[in-house]
Design a protein around this ligand. Structure first.
Ligand SMILES: Cc1ncc(COP(=O)(O)O)c(C=O)c1O
Length: 394
């Protein structure tokens, strides 16, 4: 594999090191699990403190809480090149999609196409729609594990109501070609939904340029925020046709009118919200997003591209087998390494102070703007110790 060592790491390394300094876990551990939960920063700690301070100071202020929610909505909208009115702040990605699902009438267009990269929670939600008249069509990868845009496009017909894809596969780090797929499906009559929970915060995303109708993610992973926040983007033009039946006061046009005679949904995407927001998670998630913005998503993307190429290069030199594709176009921030006992390897790595996760016996390592070449050395050396538990080509 061609490892591009011409990349000028020196220009970004000082920023990476000062960024890393803000995450206390690195004092004694190596965090390679941002695909599960991002590391906690000093900014997150301060944000949580300020949430408590606001509660202590104001006693009971919806204004303070909701103004933070609006800030988060705006900040996330800017992050994906959407309008704040196209964003709903949910409790989790699945919950946002669950509310959305109540607004889709499967009787008109009954088919839901989804790919094998999907996170189970999303796939489960689509299977549940069969109770409401939907039919699911699964798109599987080729023998190299790649889901090609044409596989999805070829499954389109007049009965397809929803195309639901996952940008980056949670278990092996495969990345779908969203540019290629967007070109093929953007004129279809079906809704085009991208779950980007495994990509959001690792690279620049422009939902408009990619022709995405619905986009979902959350804050606790690469966005360095908190559990309790899912982001749902619904394109403005679609609001005319999407009316959720799972609702609550924070999904209404006038939350504070305390209406009990009628249901009047919000005019914008906040109609996909339901009850009291996860207020502490909003404070923390805003801090995470601000932190990413402080270094710039383009720099984050460049660094992740460099550090993942470096780790892949070193792993291959050592003969380890990857579950993640080598082609930089087909991967993101996760590098998954095949083992014969994933649970054991993760636990052994943890004893050595290296935090990873596993699925399907793949050791999932995730790389962010806080991971350095020293982390690569530490991982390689720990895996050398654990060779008996790993798979090899030869
Ligand atoms: C790609 C992807 N989609 C969806 C989810 C589920 O998110 P939530 O638990 O916020 O519903 C996850 C969780 O890890 C995920 O990785």
């Amino acid at each position: 594999m061609g490892f591009d060592d011409t990349f000028n790491t020196e220009s970004l390394l000082p920023d990476v090191i000062s960024f890393r300094d803000r995450f206390p876990i690195f004092h004694n551990k190596i965090h390679l699990a941002s695909n599960a939960m991002g590391a906690v920063s000093d900014a997150t700690e301060e944000a949580y403190r300020s949430y408590l301070d606001d509660r202590i100071h104001y006693g009971a202020s919806w204004e303070a809480a909701l103004s933070k929610q609006e800030e988060l909505r705006k900040s996330f909208a800017d992050f994906i090149n959407a309008k704040p009115s196209e964003i709903a702040i949910c409790y989790s990605a699945t919950q946002g999609l669950g509310v959305l699902s109540t607004s889709i009438n499967w009787l008109n267009r009954r088919k839901i196409i989804f790919d094998d990269y999907n996170f189970p929670s999303v796939a489960q939600l689509w299977h549940a729609q069969k109770l409401r008249g939907a039919e699911v069509v699964r798109i599987s990868p080729d023998s190299e594990g790649i889901i090609r845009p044409e596989y999805v496009a070829n499954a389109l017909d007049k009965d397809v109501g929803l195309i639901s894809v996952s940008h980056v596969c949670y278990k092996n780090g495969h990345r779908l070609d969203l540019e290629g797929l967007g070109k093929r499906v953007r004129h279809a009559d079906a809704l085009y939904l991208v779950d980007d929970y495994q990509g959001c915060g690792t690279r620049k995303i422009d939902v408009n340029a990619l022709g995405i109708d619905i986009y979902v993610g959350g804050a606790v992973k690469f966005l360095l925020g908190s559990a309790g926040i899912g982001f749902l983007f619904v394109k403005e033009d679609l609001l005319e046709t999407l009316h959720p039946t799972l609702t609550g006061w924070f999904g209404q046009k006038a939350s504070y009118e305390m209406e009990i005679e009628a249901h009047e949904e919000a005019a914008d995407a906040s109609r996909f919200q339901i009850g009291t927001p996860s207020v502490p998670a909003i404070y923390e998630s805003l801090a995470g997003l601000n932190l990413i913005n402080s270094v710039g998503i383009n720099n984050v993307e460049k660094w992740i591209s460099y550090i993942t190429s470096l780790v892949i290069h070193r792993l291959i030199e050592e003969g380890f087998v990857l579950a993640t594709p080598l082609d930089p176009q087909s991967r993101a921030a996760q590098v998954a390494i095949k083992s014969i006992d994933g649970v054991k390897v993760v636990s052994e790595l943890q004893k050595r102070g290296i935090i990873t996760t596993t699925r399907d016996n793949n050791i999932r390592t995730a790389w962010h703007f806080y991971n350095t070449p020293e982390d690569v050395d530490a991982l390689i050396s720990a895996l050398q110790d654990l060779r008996d538990l790993m798979l090899f080509d030869h």
